[in-house]
Design a protein around this ligand. Structure first.
Ligand code: UD1
Length: 340
């Protein structure tokens, strides 16, 4: 089947393209290459033996979106990753985030709504829960006021899809609320390529390990957790990619319980910042340079998923351990630096 992956050259997008091709789908990527490179195609081809089609354009250009769907009338599913994702930048440039993350979503849904049938997977985030009152976090936990325009785009994005699905029964959609994706493909052919100084923990750790960064700052050790550092649910990106494939198949095969569903995608296990550092040290054999500093503004104490709904309804379960994910992240970092 023909499946479109927007942002398919990006971190999670590229891993999902691999898994979609692995089960025989014909993938067309739409990407504006604003935060990714065409070279990613080579990695996808090396893993799957097949080169996906690529169309380079910006989804903010409505006429190009319309033209794309005119040329690809046989599209049966769309996985929508293309979006801006830097929390700090979203505070500085809210309108860019609303345009990029929501304007483009509207254009895509307008096109899919006109089709006889369409399946749509949306990249959402556990950020919609804020600091949940109860852990682990189920899908029934209330959505909290967003801490940033980025977080708001995920909440509003889900609302836009929900409202559309109510009046367009032919449209079937699933929002996947990701916890913290890390790692890379075990072949080290594709992986995370942060621009500039990474804001996320794991790329900062691997860059410190390889010597690009002098020292990791651990943001706070006075949280009410076992070792005082904040706790997150780190999921291997390959497991996350597979969740997209399973969710899409659920829609394509008409197994969905309603035409808009939401699933948490995590491992179900929380790990502290210090545990992640220890895992890195174990798998790399290196000792990591780090110091404890103040908390980062806007950070929450702990978040990890209740994965019951995804396990039972989707029939999906994350398989990799934290050590396996860190091993792949480290292998990727070494590969990237060796070719620079
Ligand atoms: C962040 C975003 C979240 C987004 C997610 C996508 C913020 C506040 N939140 O989540 O909205 O959906 O990325 O991946 O940016 N840490 C350090 N030192 C570092 C970097 C991080 O100690 O240099 C700590 C953080 O305080 C946090 C943990 O590591 O406790 C994970 O941080 P990060 O990878 O940035 O993810 P989140 O903050 O959970």
């Amino acid at each position: 089947m023909k499946i479109v992956v927007t942002g398919g050259l990006g971190f999670i997008g590229s891993h999902t393209v691999v898994e979609l091709q692995n089960i025989g789908h014909d993938v067309v990527i739409i990407d504006n290459c604003s935060n990714s490179s065409r070279d990613v195609l080579k990695g996808i081809t090396a893993i799957t033996g097949k080169t996906p089609k690529l169309e380079v354009f910006d989804l903010r250009e409505k006429s190009k979106v319309q033209d794309f769907f005119k040329r690809h009338q046989d599209v049966q599913g769309l996985v929508h990753f293309a979006a801006s994702k830097a929390v700090g930048e979203s505070v500085e440039k809210p309108l860019l985030y609303y345009e990029n993350n929501l304007g483009t979503l509207v254009y895509i849904l307008q096109e899919l709504s006109q089709k006889k049938e369409a399946s749509f997977i949306f990249s959402s985030s556990c950020t919609v829960y804020g600091q949940a009152d109860e852990l682990p976090i189920t899908e029934n936990a209330p959505v909290k006021p967003a801490e940033s325009p980025y977080g708001n785009t995920k909440q509003i994005g889900e609302e836009i899809i929900r409202d559309t699905c109510k009046v367009v029964p032919r449209l079937k959609a699933i929002a996947l609320r990701y916890f913290n994706p890390i790692g890379s493909h075990p072949t080290a052919q594709i992986g995370e390529l942060p621009l500039g100084v990474p804001a996320n923990l794991v790329p900062f750790i691997t860059q410190t390990g390889i010597g690009i960064r002098e020292e990791l700052s651990v943001f706070g050790d006075d949280y009410p957790t076992e070792d005082g550092t904040a706790v997150r649910d780190y999921i291997h990106v390959v497991d996350l990619a597979k969740a997209h494939v399973v969710a899409l198949e659920r829609l394509l095969q008409g197994k969905n319980a309603s035409n808009f569903e939401v699933f948490n995608v995590g491992t179900g296990t929380g790990s502290s910042v210090l545990e992640v550092i220890k895992s890195f040290e174990k798998v790399s054999g290196k000792s990591l340079n780090y110091k404890i500093v103040d908390r980062r503004e806007g950070d929450i104490t702990a978040a990890y998923a209740d994965t019951t709904k995804a396990n039972e309804d989707l029939g999906w379960k994350s398989e990799s351990t934290l050590d396996e994910a860190m091993t792949s992240a480290w292998k990727w970092e070494q590969k990237v630096r060796s070719i620079e």
